[in-house]
Design a protein around this ligand. Structure first.
Ligand code: F6R
Length: 620
C-alpha cells in the first residue's frame, strides 16, 4: 500500500511532491523517492530506504537546487517485492534512464516479464516487480507500433500487466507530461489552475486544490499543465468521475477519517482482497515463500499456532477450519507461554507464527524455540522482511497495508484469511480435500471482501449504540464455536481503546461461573452463529441469551440477516450478511471494532494511540 504523487504545473515540483509525500507517509515507511523533470530534458531521481526524513536529508546533502523543474513524482514504499533497501526504492528507471516509474500494488506476472526482459539482455537493478514496467515502457517507446508515442507505450504495457497496480510514469523526452494508470489500486487526479496532480489519495494535493477526478478500473490519465485526458488501456477516450473534496487538510491526512483506526476499519475489504490475491493459480493454493516442500506438508502430524493478542485470536479462529479441513490436531498457544512449558515438538510439527509487525518479541522467541526443537515454522506476517519471517522456514504475507492505529483491525481480518490459506494448503498437500473442494473454499473466501463491504455500509447503527452505552461500567461478550474467538477479540478491542472492563466468554461456560456477573442493565454482546450453518449451536445460544435476559442483561445480538428467531431476545439487533460458518468471524468482528472505537471516542480517548500500548511490542 504505497503512496504515490505526480505533478505538472507552475510551482517547483520537488516542493509539491515532498508536501504530498509527507501527508501520505502513513501508506508506507520503508523508503521514499522522487523524480523531477526539468524543461531541458533531464530526469533527476533520488531515493532512500527508511522514512521520508531520510530522503529529505539525502536531498539536502546532494543539493535541492539539482531538482529544478515543474514536473515530477514521488513515492513512499510499503515493501512487497524486495527488501526495503535503497536499490529497491522507487522510482525505478530503464537502462537508458529516460523512463522512470513509481508503482503501488503487485504485478503478479512480473516473474515471466522479468525473464523475458533478461532473455533480451536487460540487466535488472532491483528485486522489485516495478522495475519490469520501466523497462517495458522504454522498449515500447523505442520499437513497434507505439514507437515515439509515450501514452500509447504506457497503455500497451498496462495491457500486459496482471495483478493490481497504480503506475505513474515520466519520460525525459516529455518533460511537461505525466502518464498514470490504475487497476484495482487507487488513483485520483487533482485539477488545479494551470497545474494537475495524480495521487493515491487526495491528501497529497488537498493543499492546492479540492477539485478531483476519480479514475475507473483499467483507466489511464495523461496530465499536463493545461489539462488532463482520461483513456482506457486501448487508448480510447474514457469517462471518469469528477468530485469536490470536502475535507480540511488535517482530516485528509487520515483519508478524511478522524482516526487512522476508522480508516483502517474501512480498508478491510481491500486488505482481504490483497491478502488472497495471487494465492490460487492453476487450481492450486500457492503460499508466498514456501520453503517447506509439499512432502513436508504431507508429513505434518500436528499444528501449533503461536501469537499474541489479536493475532492469537486469529489463530483461535483458524483452529476450527484447519482441524475440519485437514483432520490434523491444532493447538493455539499464546507465544509468551509456549516456550516456557516445554511443548512437544518435532520435525513433523508445523508451527504457524502469526504477527502483524513481525517483530513481537514473544512470538519471535517462540519461533526460535520451535526451530531449536526441529519443528518447521511458517510465519504469517504483514511486514515484509521483518525478523519473524526472516527467522522462519517459510512465510505467507498478509497484504493488509500499513496499520497505524495501535489496535489491530484490518491486519486481524487479513490474518484470518491467511491462516485459512495455510489450512487449505495443508488440506491440498495431504489430500484431505479434493481439488474442487479447495477451489470452492477459496472462491468463498474471495467473496468475503464484498460481504465485509456490506457490513461497513451499516455501521451507523453500531456507532449510535456505542454512544448510548459509553458510560457502562463493563461489557461482556459471548460466542460459541468460531464466535468464541470473535467474542475475545471484541472484548480486547474494548479494553484497549475504551479502558473499560470487558470479558469474552464461551457461551457454554456461562453457567459455570460468569453468569454471576450479570446484573440489571449490563450490556452483553452475543455473537450468534448462522441458524442454517450450525442449527444446534444456534438454538443453544438462543437459550443462553434468554437466560441472561431473564437476569436483567441488556442484550446486543450480532446475527445473520433474516434470523427472526433471535429477534425477541435482542434488545439491540445488529445484522450481518449470511456467509459460510467458518467465515463468519470476518463479518461479525467488524461491528465489534466499530463499537469499541465509538465508545472510546465518546469517552474522549485517543482511538489511535491508547494509553500504555505500542504498535510493535519488541520486549518480552
Ligand atoms: C490488539 C493488538 C495486539 C497485537 C499483538 C500482536 O489490537 O493490536 O494485541 O495483536 O500485540 O502484535 P503482532 O501481530 O504485531 O505480533
Amino acid at each position: 500500500m504505497c503512496g504515490i504523487v505526480g505533478y505538472v504545473g507552475h510551482r517547483p515540483a520537488l516542493d509539491v511532491v515532498l508536501g504530498g509525500l509527507r501527508r501520505m507517509e502513513y501508506r508506507g515507511y520503508d523508503s521514499a523517492g522522487v523524480a523531477v523533470l526539468d524543461g531541458a530534458g533531464a530526469l533527476t531521481v533520488e531515493r532512500k530506504a527508511g522514512r521520508l526524513a531520510n530522503l529529505e536529508g539525502r536531498l539536502d546533502e546532494v543539493g535541492r537546487e539539482h531538482f529544478g523543474g515543474t514536473a515530477g513524482m514521488g513515492h513512499t514504499r510499503w515493501a512487497t517485492h524486495g527488501a526495503p533497501i535503497d536499490r529497491n526504492s522507487h522510482p525505478h528507471r530503464d537502462a537508458s534512464e529516460r523512463v522512470a516509474v513509481v508503482h503501488n500494488g503487485i504485478i503478479e506476472n512480473f516473474a515471466a516479464l522479468r525473464a523475458e526482459l533478461e532473455a533480451d539482455g536487460v540487466e535488472m537493478a532491483s528485486d522489485t516487480d516495478t522495475e519490469t514496467a520501466a523497462h517495458l515502457v522504454a522498449r515500447a517507446y523505442t520499437e513497434g507500433d507505439t514507437k515515439g508515442d509515450f501514452t500509447a507505450s504506457v497503455a500497451a504495457v498496462c495491457r500486459r500487466l496482471e495483478g493490481a497496480f497504480t503506475l505513474v510514469v515520466t519520460h525525459a523526452d516529455h518533460p511537461d507530461t505525466i502518464v498514470a494508470a490504475r487497476r484495482s489500486s487507487p488513483l485520483v487526479v487533482g485539477v488545479g489552475e494551470g497545474e494537475h496532480f495524480v495521487a493515491s489519495d487526495v491528501a497529497a494535493f488537498i493543499e492546492h486544490t479540492r477539485e478531483a477526478v476519480e479514475l475507473g478500473q483499467d483507466q489511464l490519465v495523461v496530465i499536463t499543465r493545461e489539462g488532463y485526458d482520461v483513456l482506457d488501456f486501448h487508448g480510447d477516450a474514457a469517462q471518469a468521475k469528477p468530485f469536490t473534496v470536502d475535507w480540511d487538510l488535517s482530516a485528509a491526512e487520515k483519508g478524511g477519517h478522524e482516526y487512522f483506526m476508522l480508516k483502517e476499519i474501512e480498508e478491510q475489504p481491500e486488505a482481504l482482497a490483497n491478502t488472497l490475491r495471487g494465492h490460487f493459480e492453476s487450481g492450486r493454493i500457492i503460499l508466498d515463500e514456501q520453503r517447506i516442500s509439499d512432502q513436508d506438508l504431507r508429513d505434518v502430524d500436528k499444528v501449533f499456532v503461536v501469537a499474541c493478542g489479536s493475532a492469537y485470536h486469529s489463530g483461535l479462529v483458524a483452529k476450527y477450519a484447519i482441524e475440519h479441513w485437514t483432520r490434523l490436531p491444532v493447538e493455539v498457544e499464546l507465544a509468551s507461554e509456549f516456550r516456557y512449558r516445554d511443548p512437544v515438538l518435532d520435525r513433523d510439527t508445523l508451527v504457524v507464527a502469526v504477527s502483524q509487525s513481525g517483530e513481537t518479541a514473544d512470538t519471535l522467541e517462540a519461533v526460535r524455540h520451535a526451530r531449536e526443537q526441529k519443528a518447521r515454522v511458517l510465519a504469517v506476517c504483514n511486514t515484509n522482511g521483518a525478523q519473524i519471517p526472516r527467522e522462519s522456514d517459510a512465510v505467507l504475507y498478509t497484504h493488509a497495508g500499513p496499520e497505524i492505529g495501535v489496535a489491530s483491525t484490518k491486519a486481524f481480518l487479513a490474518q484470518i484469511a491467511a491462516n485459512y490459506l495455510v489450512g487449505l494448503a495443508l488440506a491440498q498437500a495431504r489430500g484431505t480435500k479434493y481439488p474442487d473442494e479447495v477451489a470452492r473454499e477459496y472462491a468463498e473466501l474471495e467473496a468475503m471482501p464484498a460481504a465485509v463491504q456490506k457490513v461497513l455500509s451499516t455501521v451507523e447503527q453500531v456507532r449510535d449504540l456505542g454512544r448510548r452505552i459509553a458510560d457502562s461500567k463493563a461489557i461482556l461478550f459471548l460466542g460459541r464455536h468460531v464466535g468464541f474467538p470473535v467474542a475475545l477479540e471484541g472484548a480486547l478491542k474494548l479494553k484497549e481503546l475504551a479502558y473499560m472492563h470487558a470479558e469474552g466468554f464461551a457461551a457454554g461456560e456461562l453457567k459455570h461461573g460468569p453468569i454471576a456477573l450479570i446484573e440489571d442493565g449490563l450490556p452483553v454482546v452475543v455473537v450468534m452463529p448462522s441458524p442454517k450453518g450450525r442449527a444446534v449451536l444456534h438454538s443453544k445460544l438462543v437459550s443462553n441469551i434468554s437466560e441472561i435476559q431473564a437476569r436483567g442483561a441488556r442484550t446486543i445480538v450480532i446475527a445473520e440477516e433474516g434470523d427472526e428467531t433471535v429477534r425477541p431476545f435482542a434488545d439491540e439487533l445488529i445484522e450481518v450478511p449470511a456467509v459460510p460458518t467458518l467465515l463468519q468471524p470476518l463479518v461479525s468482528t467488524v461491528p465489534l471494532q466499530v463499537l469499541a472505537a465509538e465508545i472510546a471516542r465518546a469517552r474522549g480517548y485517543d482511538v489511535d494511540k491508547p494509553r500504555n500500548l505500542a504498535k510493535s511490542v519488541t520486549v518480552e
